[in-house]
Design a protein around this ligand. Structure first.
Ligand code: ADP
Ligand code: ZN
Length: 208
């Protein structure tokens, strides 16, 4: 099972990706997570990516495409994969299609999780993460309910940057919905339901 997850920042892609990974035993490939780990580790890739991410801009296509190509060749992706946060531009979508063709693989579904901009701004600005384990919580959480770690806000989850991320999404990424509809791979899901109900809707649409 090979899946592409589409949706604005804050649509709930990461949460659904985790559920799909568990259900289908496939690799979770999140370009945002890979880039954040590189920033934290201070690698050359991280140093290059940081200024773009802090501004809510896209990291250059060449960088992200190279990273995904490498990741797709790792062993765990052989059983299948879920791409979370990639592709985000037409150039990335075309590069992905040609790389998969080269590998003799294909995309089974492109799942678009849809949420209105007002809800997204509210969700992202109140989102909090556990520094230790990455648990996603919200403003009211004093400590992580899983590991008691300290909760913090992602650097790019502040109102100005969130607005820019949404603009970038509308301009560069939203057109991919039509691209995958044209390829007859698109599943559209209402993201304004509980995470469990979103997941049920996805499984129903996949007939899984
Ligand atoms: P979100 O979907 O909440 O915006 P992500 O964790 O997917 O967050 O991405 C965070 C940041 O990482 C993006 O704002 C962007 O700067 C960078 N990034 C992630 N994936 C890509 C990609 N496919 N192409 C370019 N930049 C990316
Ligand atoms: Zn934790």
């Amino acid at each position: 099972m090979n899946i592409v997850l589409l949706g604005a920042p804050g649509a709930g892609k990461g949460t659904q990706a985790e559920k799909l990974v568990d259900a289908f035993d496939i690799a979770h490939i999140s370009t945002g997570n890979i880039l954040r780990a590189s920033v934290k580790a201070g690698t050359p890739l991280g140093l290059e990516a940081k200024s773009f991410m802090d501004a809510g801009e896209l990291v250059p296509d060449s960088v992200v495409i190279g990273l995904v190509k490498e990741r797709l060749k790792e062993e765990d992706a052989e059983r299948g994969f879920i791409l979370d946060g990639f592709p985000r531009t037409a150039t990335q979508a075309v590069a992905l299609a040609s790389e998969l063709e080269e590998l003799g693989r294909n995309i089974d579904y492109a799942i678009a999780v849809e949420v209105s901009p007002e809800v997204i701004i509210e969700r992202l600005c109140s989102r909090r993460l556990c520094k230790a384990c990455g648990y996603i919580g919200s403003k009211g959480d004093e400590a992580c309910p899983l590991c008691a770690g300290e909760m913090c806000q992602r650097d790019d989850d502040n109102p100005d940057i969130v607005r820019n991320r949404l603009d970038v999404y509308t301009k560069s990424t939203a057109p991919l919905i039509d691209y995958y509809r044209g390829a007859d791979l698109l599943i559209e899901i209402d993201g304004i339901q509980s995470p469990e109900d979103v997941f049920k809707s996805i499984k129903k649409a996949m007939k899984a």
